[in-house]
Design a protein around this ligand. Structure first.
Ligand SMILES: *[C@@H]1O[C@H](CO)[C@@H](O)[C@H](O)[C@H]1NC(C)=O
Ligand SMILES: *[C@@H]1O[C@H](CO)[C@@H](O)[C@H](O)[C@H]1NC(C)=O
Ligand SMILES: *[C@@H]1O[C@H](CO)[C@@H](O)[C@H](O)[C@H]1NC(C)=O
Ligand SMILES: *[C@@H]1O[C@H](CO)[C@@H](O)[C@H](O)[C@H]1NC(C)=O
Ligand SMILES: *[C@@H]1O[C@H](CO)[C@@H](O)[C@H](O)[C@H]1NC(C)=O
Ligand SMILES: *[C@@H]1O[C@H](CO)[C@@H](O)[C@H](O)[C@H]1NC(C)=O
Ligand SMILES: *[C@@H]1O[C@H](CO)[C@@H](O)[C@H](O)[C@H]1NC(C)=O
Ligand SMILES: *[C@@H]1O[C@H](CO)[C@@H](O)[C@H](O)[C@H]1NC(C)=O
Ligand SMILES: *[C@@H]1O[C@H](CO)[C@@H](O)[C@H](O)[C@H]1NC(C)=O
Ligand SMILES: *[C@@H]1O[C@H](CO)[C@@H](O)[C@H](O)[C@H]1NC(C)=O
Ligand SMILES: *[C@@H]1O[C@H](CO)[C@@H](O)[C@H](O)[C@H]1NC(C)=O
Ligand SMILES: *[C@@H]1O[C@H](CO)[C@@H](O)[C@H](O)[C@H]1NC(C)=O
Length: 829
């Protein structure tokens, strides 16, 4: 069990310290759930990670909620007051600082008269006793200063909560809160209490945390525990309601059967309402179920998933599920560096919390396909979360891919940022496209077995790449502009009447280009027409159209810029919206963003054409300039480790034949930005929150540590120098085990700046004894193909610089792309 410790363990200092993980045998015991839970005060971000109880990809994420914002995931590791333990949460998101979900909290009380117990949210809130928060995968506990202990464990849609009251308590109660989600956004609902069955059913409508829509959710609490040792019996029941947010006292009306109903109101109400139950026993075991269909279904879910109220079974099953997921990347924990191991397994854990599996809980349409929520947002997750699933977990990944396709099937477009079951805001392109394109490239030959209809997948891509939804701020893209100009013009009034936020023109252009590349890749893989391949291939070079060769910054020439419909460029300072922007700019989605880039600068986005980096190198003036431009980008401070557009850039040296420089840069990024403290990523200079972003940061760190970077559109992964001496990847579709061993592994390289001569450079790679054509990349099929991959490392820096990729560069569309054989696209399109 991992208890919350206040002192961050800084990775660079840990090599000398002794840690407990070395003796652990199970990967679940290595997970530190509190990484990334620091308070996000002072404009920074603690990661917004969720440390409560959940199974992999769970719908239910049960944990405690603090009363101070920011609190995106409910929990914050500081000593804020606690308002309850609630049933659903997001993981590592930005958006509304009050947080999403946090629905139907319970709150245990002692020593009050039934009719005057402090049931209101301000009256009841309390602090936790020091050093009592603890969590392991599948379990969370804390203890209030008054001695009441809270524990939780869960299944996909249900679970158990246990309150243990101090022996000296004179009375013991549980508040069931109908109205307070984290966003305080209650718009109506009902609570129904039935003493004889011991059941409380709830239905509430709340606002989503990222977007403007609302959603309705249901829960069921069972208080008649049949566990005989528990000897738990309900003594009194009643309900309460008040129209005031901060009512000092709210009177409880005793009743054995009672139902309160609050009609829908389109603005959030201040209503406080719920039920109160009193017990005779010092332990109260509560079973719960959640549903998006009905409160009866919520009760049925509890009955189905927790039939015996068996705590050990529920928790054991959850641990086993996590053990299965975590063991798909296995290392010998007795051999590897303990901090690296803790970071690796904590990251793998967080990378599998979302998307959330709402299969059989889709309130909007009937479908035989899976339904998933918390695509929050695909812009965050397409780069690392999905590629990680592609390596180990095609069975789960194919279900999520099917949910994306089903979104298109029923709503016309691939979903982008589904949050609380409804469409949220679109940030850039439609980044479900890279996810579907990547899937078909990697698993087309297994699609039937995985029940993914590839014709539908392809049509979803084509429709999203060509049709324009009425409001492309919710889903899809502004294809009216894209198809007419081949870029997104600035200051252009869309004559079609389609609406959306007309900002982020330059970065949307770059992302639309990548999206179309995926249609091309899918067309190639699925043997679609040459015309499709060429049409989408040509469009994917659109990033060149926003390249202004005349802009100079810090001595470097040529930058991505906004462009008017008449072809003239609109200038934005290339450092605008960078971490060192000298002038305040608005850099989000709003109409006050007059820079043209989303949450990042032209300096950074000018490196964004992941499918044709060779083109960018040409545009920038060749390999040497590209390399010094990258060096300058890092030394000047344009890089922001916690932000998605920065993710791939430490690896970009690979494309200029200098993988040795990537290796050093990645070490530097890891050891300067990540540690096992509650802050997760310690980034004091953040201008944009470095949240865990639905596991995106976690998956990124896992890749960095395994010495791999996924290019989610290519059959290759970039290869670097792993931080462990060996790891074994299990693919849960093929049943293969591939062991990657680092020959000459050198622990002294596990620092921000490896000492001169330490063995950090990749010298050669063999795949099952056969020399790999490159030291820059590995074929995806080899990584999941089973057998032995050996990465030989050495410490000779000048030999490494000389060697480069060793003969074969990572692919770029401009130099051949994938599966084309002969076609190479001109960079002047
Ligand atoms: C929080 O503060 C209270 C006093 O207000 C103290 O008793 C308690 O130990 C603190 N808890 C933690 C987790 O620091
Ligand atoms: C919220 O819910 C109500 C009732 O279900 C519905 O009429 C309304 O359209 C929903 N959306 C918004 C944005 O209020
Ligand atoms: C509820 O039921 C209990 C037990 O049957 C009874 O003693 C109590 O008076 C009832 N209370 C109310 C408010 O009806
Ligand atoms: C609670 O009440 C039930 C029913 O009267 C009884 O069986 C049980 O022993 C009581 N438990 C305690 C701890 O008093
Ligand atoms: C490790 O996991 C296995 C299977 O899930 C379980 O049987 C065993 O008790 C666990 N060991 C430890 C040390 O937790
Ligand atoms: C999602 O839930 C369904 C229904 O229980 C189950 O069959 C499926 O395996 C789950 N998938 C994941 C990824 O959790
Ligand atoms: C596409 O064509 C190639 C070559 O004819 C064939 O090997 C492959 O199976 C085809 N793929 C699909 C998905 O039909
Ligand atoms: C793609 O671009 C090339 C080069 O400009 C051009 O020759 C070809 O006709 C284009 N193909 C399609 C389908 O647009
Ligand atoms: C760049 O500047 C040159 C020289 O002033 C000019 O001829 C050219 O049109 C400019 N290019 C663009 C794309 O603005
Ligand atoms: C293009 O349009 C912009 C914005 O209306 C204008 O400032 C610029 O002068 C135009 N350029 C040309 C060459 O007409
Ligand atoms: C840049 O490096 C790449 C990758 O090794 C190589 O293919 C290319 O020829 C180099 N370009 C120049 C202009 O040297
Ligand atoms: C395309 O991908 C296949 C593996 O799927 C690889 O064998 C082939 O060499 C690639 N072609 C190019 C031109 O990169």
């Amino acid at each position: 069990m991992r208890y919350l410790t206040a002192t961050p363990k800084v990775a660079t200092l840990l090599l000398a310290s002794s840690q407990v993980v070395a003796s652990a045998t199970n990967f679940t015991s290595l997970v530190n759930l509190f990484i990334g839970t620091a308070s996000g005060a002072n404009g920074g971000s603690g990661g917004n990670a969720f440390p409560g109880a959940a199974v992999p990809h769970a719908m239910v994420k049960v944990g405690i909620d603090v009363d101070t914002a920011p609190r995106q995931a409910g929990y914050i590791s500081d000593n804020s007051s606690i308002t309850g333990i609630s049933l659903m949460h997001d993981e590592g998101t930005g958006g509304n600082t009050n947080g999403g979900y946090g629905i139907f909290p319970l709150f245990p009380l002692i020593n009050c008269d039934f009719t005057s117990c402090p049931v209101g949210i301000d009256a009841r809130k309390t602090k936790r006793a020091a050093k009592t928060d603890a969590a392991t995968p599948g379990y969370f506990t804390t203890t209030f200063v008054n001695g009441i202990k809270l524990e939780a464990t869960s299944t996909r849609r249900a679970g158990l909560i246990r309150f243990t009251y101090p022996q000296a308590a004179t009375s013991r109660h549980v508040v069931v809160d109908l109205t307070h989600d984290l966003g305080r956004s209650f718009e109506g609902g009902t609570v129904a209490l039935d003493r004889s069955s011991g059941q409380v059913q709830l239905t509430g409508t709340f606002l989503q945390s990222y977007g403007t829509d609302n959603y309705t959710v249901h829960a069921c609490y069972d208080f008649n525990s049949p566990i005989s040792q528990n000897q738990q019996s309900i003594v009194s029941t009643g309900t309460f309601q008040s129209s005031k947010t901060s009512a000092a006292t709210i009177t409880i009306t005793p009743a054995n059967t009672s139902s309160l109903s609050f009609p829908f109101s389109s603005s959030a109400t201040a209503t406080q309402a719920g039920a109160l139950l009193s017990f005779n026993s010092s332990t109260v075991l509560v079973r719960f179920g959640v549903s998006f269909l009905s409160s009866a279904q919520a009760c049925a879910n509890a009955e189905e998933e927790v039939p015996d109220w068996d705590w050990e079974k529920v928790m054991g099953d959850s641990v086993a599920k996590w053990e299965d997921v975590l063991s798909r990347v296995s290392v010998d924990v007795t051999k590897e560096d303990p901090t690296v191991v803790e970071l690796l397994y904590s990251s793998l854990y967080r990378a599998h919390l979302v998307p959330a599996n709402l299969t059989n809980e889709n309130p909007y349409w009937d479908s035989p396909y899976p339904f998933f929520d918390a695509f929050f947002c695909s812009w965050d997750t397409f780069r690392t979360v999905h590629p990680l699933l592609s390596i180990t977990s095609p069975r789960e990944w194919s279900q999520i891919v099917n949910a994306y396709i089903d979104g298109w099937r029923h709503q016309g477009f691939i979903p982008e940022c589904r949050a609380n079951t409804k469409a949220g805001y679109v940030q850039g392109g439609s980044d479900g496209m890279p996810i579907l394109g990547d899937f078909v490239q990697k698993y087309a030959s297994h699609a039937q077995e995985l029940n993914v209809p590839t014709d539908d997948l392809y049509q979803a891509l084509v429709d999203t790449a060509t049709k324009t939804p009425p409001d492309w701020y919710r889903v899809g893209r502004q294809n009216t502009a894209w198809l007419e100009f081949g870029y997104i013009p600035t200051a252009w009034a869309d004559p079609s009447g389609a609406t959306g936020l007309p900002t982020r023109e330059a970065s949307r252009t770059l992302e639309y280009a990548l999206g179309d590349f995926h249609v091309r890749q899918a067309a190639l893989t699925l043997n679609k027409s040459t015309e499709d391949v060429d049409t989408f291939g040509n469009r994917s070079m659109g990033f060149v159209k926003v390249w202004d060769p005349n802009v100079t910054s810090d001595g470097f020439t040529g930058f991505s810029q906004r462009r008017f419909a008449n072809g003239t460029f609109a200038f934005s300072p290339p450092d605008a919206c960078s971490p060192i922007d000298p002038t305040p700019h608005s850099c989000a989605r709003g109409t006050d963003n007059n820079v043209g880039f989303y949450e990042s600068s032209s300096w950074e986005y000018s490196f964004f054409a992941p499918h044709s980096m060779a083109t960018l190198i040409k545009l920038m003036g060749g390999n040497a300039t590209f390399i010094s431009r990258l060096d300058h980008y890092f030394s000047k401070g344009y890089f922001l480790a916690g932000n998605e557009p920065s993710f791939a850039i430490p690896w970009a040296y690979h494309y200029a034949n200098r993988p040795d420089l990537s290796v050093l840069r990645v070490r530097n990024v890891i050891f300067k930005n990540f540690n096992t403290g509650i802050g997760g990523a310690s980034l004091p200079f953040l201008i944009i929150p470095g949240n865990d972003d639905s596991g995106a940061m976690a998956a990124l760190l896992a890749f960095h540590m395994l010495g791999l970077y996924p290019t989610p559109f290519s059959w290759q992964l970039l290869v670097g120098s792993p931080l462990v001496s060996s790891y074994t990847i299990t693919n849960n579709l093929l049943g293969t085990k591939t062991t990657v061993t680092v020959e000459g592994f050198d622990k002294s390289t596990l620092v921000a700046t490896p000492p001169s001569g330490s063995k950090v450079f990749v010298k050669s790679i063999t795949v099952n004894g056969v020399a790999n054509p490159s030291v820059c990349w590995l074929a995806f099929d080899d990584l999941i193909g089973g057998g032995e991959i050996v990465i030989e490392v050495d410490g000779d820096a000048s030999a490494a610089a000389q060697r480069g990729c060793g003969g074969s560069d990572p692919t770029s569309l401009n130099t051949g792309g994938n599966r084309t054989g002969t076609q190479s696209l001109p960079d002047s399109l």
